[in-house]
Design a protein around this ligand. Structure first.
Ligand SMILES: [Fe+2]
Length: 389
């Protein structure tokens, strides 16, 4: 996270005595990345964050099998056809993944149990509905269009307010703003498409009383349920640069050129082996002879996973792509607008159309994405041939 935040009560100096009203000491905890060499926060607990009373192995119930994209094909998955089950953690349907990132879809109205992903950061995009994110750092109210970035190891839970649909991006490391948008000390620069004011962190401590509280912990070895003696939501204050935050896609300020700009202008976050991009409503490219939709392209080092979350997709007319669709355009395949789309958009511009209202979340990976059973179960099998019709 690029900026410092303080919530609740913290002592004047770090690592000094900080006492509860009853005279006892608060328990200080450092949550830090990269072995004390990167961002961190200090949290002050009412109880020991180390006090566990039970550990039990959990047999995963989710389907996590992945298979290679063979025969190599562009794919179209219709998330609208996926049924909800479980909660926003256990109900994730695996769509695609590789050694760097897993991409899942979940639709539910059920609250999750407490959860800690110790394999990497998560970025959860709320496609629709409202959900309250609760954590040791405090709560964040989230809704349609929000990306929730959850640092590795954060104990949290998801409490939907009615049905909610999300895309979960599970990284194998840390998710951050693109480096080129940051000053050498981490401030978002003037040419960045968003800034610190657009990021929403927890605003106040979240205290929950409780004993013998289970927390589902995900590690490389598998799933464990650790039972904590006291409720982990017992932090009276924290400060630092590491904490969960929300960023709404509507706060992304698009970067527009006279002629068509490539997807890096839409980049929002980066993680190990992937980037996340936000395609937002914006003016069409405005050179008098511009072709204001993508040219055919073969980004030879990337698989492109595109989740269509709103608006109208003129470049994809005739493909079957609609809101809720996901296209996967793998390396090894050149993709581009559907037949007739270029001529149609040139005509539309001549008739006075000046903007596009498309909205999409794209994850480009630098290693091939394998396919999950969830994706294969909602695949539109005819998609690969739609350019040749
Ligand atoms: Fe593309």
């Amino acid at each position: 996270m690029p900026y410092y935040r303080v919530v609740g009560e913290v002592p004047r100096k770090r690592h000094v005595q900080f006492r509860r009203p009853d005279g006892g000491l608060y328990a200080e905890e450092l949550m830090g990345e990269e072995g004390f060499s990167s961002d961190s926060s200090l949290l002050y607990h009412r109880h020991l964050p180390t006090a566990i009373i039970k550990a039990e192995a959990v047999t995963p119930t989710a389907e996590t099998r992945l298979e290679p994209n063979l025969p190599l094909s562009p794919r179209h998955f219709r998330t609208q056809e996926l049924a909800g089950a479980g909660d926003l953690v256990t109900g994730r349907v695996l769509l695609a993944g590789n050694g760097d990132v897993r991409l899942s879809y979940a639709t539910t109205d059920q609250p999750s149990e407490l959860y800690r992903n110790s394999m990497g950061d998560e970025c959860v995009y709320v496609q629709s509905g409202r959900v309250r994110f609760e954590s040791t750092y405090g709560a964040i109210e989230a809704g349609e269009g929000d990306y929730l970035v959850v640092p590795t190891g954060t104990i949290h839970r998801w409490v939907p307010d009615g049905p909610v649909n999300v895309l979960a991006i599970e990284a194998s490391g840390h998710i951050r703003p693109p480096k080129r948008y940051l000053s050498q000390y981490g401030q978002l620069l003037e040419h960045a498409p968003y800034c610190e004011r657009d990021l929403r962190g927890p605003a106040e401590p979240l205290i929950v009383e409780g004993e013998e509280v289970p927390v589902l912990v995900r590690t490389r070895g598998g799933l464990t349920r650790l039972v904590y003696r006291d409720h982990p939501f017992d932090v009276v204050g924290w400060d630092g640069y590491l904490y969960p935050f929300a960023f709404n896609i509507n706060d992304f300020e698009p970067i527009v050129k006279r002629t068509h700009a490539p997807p890096p202008v839409h980049q929002t976050f980066e993680g190990p082996g992937f980037v996340v991009c936000s395609f937002c409503p914006r003016p069409l490219d405005y050179h008098p002879e511009a072709i204001p939709i993508p040219y055919n392209h073969h980004n030879v080092d990337s698989d492109e996973f595109m989740f269509y979350v709103g608006g109208d997709y003129s470049a994809r007319k005739g493909s079957g792509i609609d809101v809720g669709s996901i296209s996967l355009h793998p390396a090894g395949f050149t993709h581009g607008p559907q037949p007739g789309a270029v001529e149609a958009v040139i005509r539309a511009v001549a008739e006075g159309v000046t903007t596009t209202n498309e909205m999409a979340v794209m994850v480009d990976t630098f290693r091939p994405l394998d396919l999950g059973q969830g994706a294969l179960s909602c695949e539109d099998a005819g998609y690969a041939w739609t350019w040749a019709r």
